[in-house]
Write a protein that binds this ligand. Structure first.
Ligand code: NAP
Length: 287
């Protein structure tokens, strides 16, 4: 029940209507008996400054940030974590005794989901497909987590975006990253890596019959993660599972980025990730 002591939280972005975060976090608040309420705020680009002023004035406890504000919100913050500074984007904000602190839990969420499935990043050869916001966060976290080799691939139209990400990783972490055109990701490339992370919207609802990688070139030794989480089992994951690959769905990353945010906001040591996953999967599959 909402009362005069309820703490406010939420996710802000544009568009925001399909966000699963309110359902997931409010379920946790009920379970842990935290007097908090989590909303979805539709904040167009021109309204970001007003929104941040309002959130501060209303004594929010925390926020998640999504497209298109992950970079532009940084100018309203007092401090940013090491990860957020390196990645250059924020997805979580803590309102901490008058200070606005920014974090990025997307990359860590991905790495935690891999680990939960028994796939360690340390020592692995990893290929990330995509060079957008999520791919950027994941690539920094994979290298910080000790990946042995990292390759980033983007489609030809925006190949420069991958080149820029590679340059950024080299400058900030001192690590060399291979950059590939999507068209050049063939069987030989997949045979030479351990983990494939797909970080583009291809295969997302409603275009569920699309996959970025032809089934016939997927080798069975590969661990395959798709960060798309609607549907839970994308065509890429379906094809990979049929080949005998270990597969990790995008709900894992979504749940763990949220769990890391809960740790930041409330110092919760072990967020109820099982409940969070069941809640999100239940909503996505209608079960
Ligand atoms: P983004 O910043 O817009 O980047 C999208 C990336 O996908 C870019 O590299 C883009 O290439 C590429 N791309 C888009 N359409 C493509 C196509 N038809 N063929 C090949 N490449 C294509 O988006 P994002 O924030 O990184 O998110 C990417 C996906 O991950 C979305 O589906 C999002 O829902 C999902 N996601 C999941 C989680 C999770 O917790 N599971 C978290 C964040 C995001 P260009 O550079 O050429 O445009």
């Amino acid at each position: 029940m909402v009362d005069s002591e309820t703490r406010l939280l939420g996710v802000m972005g544009h568009p925001i209507r399909h966000s699963m975060s309110p359902l997931m976090h409010n379920t946790v608040f009920r379970k842990l008996k935290l007097n908090c309420a989590y909303f979805a705020f539709n904040v167009p680009e021109g309204k970001l400054r007003d929104f941040m002023k309002g959130a501060e004035a209303m004594d929010f406890a925390g926020l998640n940030v999504t497209i298109p504000h992950k970079v532009s919100v940084m100018k309203y913050l007092d401090e940013t974590s090491k990860e957020a500074s390196l990645i250059g984007a924020v997805n979580t904000i803590k309102f901490n005794k008058g200070k606005l602190q920014g974090y990025n839990t997307d990359g860590l969420g991905c790495v935690r989901a891999l680990e939960e499935s028994g796939v360690k990043v340390k020592g692995k050869r990893i290929l990330i497909i995509g060079a957008g916001g999520a791919a950027r966060a994941i690539s920094f976290q994979c290298l910080m987590g000790g990946a042995r080799e990292l390759t980033v691939s983007n489609r030809l139209e925006d190949y420069d975006r991958a080149v820029e990400l590679g340059r950024d990783l080299k400058v900030k972490l001192g690590k060399d990253v291979e950059i590939l055109r999507l068209d050049d990701v063939d069987k030989r490339v997949l045979d030479s890596i351990d983990v494939l992370i797909h970080a583009t919207p291809v295969g997302m609802h409603p275009k569920v019959n699309e996959s970025i990688i032809p089934a016939k070139i997927i080798p069975k030794h590969l661990a395959v993660m798709d960060i798309v989480y609607n549907p839970v089992e994308t065509k890429l994951l379906h094809d990979a599972a049929k080949k005998g690959c270990k597969t990790i769905d995008g709900v894992g990353m979504f749940v763990h980025q949220g769990a890391e945010a809960l740790k930041i906001w409330f110092n919760i040591k072990n967020p109820p990730v099982k409940l969070m996953r069941e809640t999100v999967v239940g909503k996505l599959t209608g079960v």
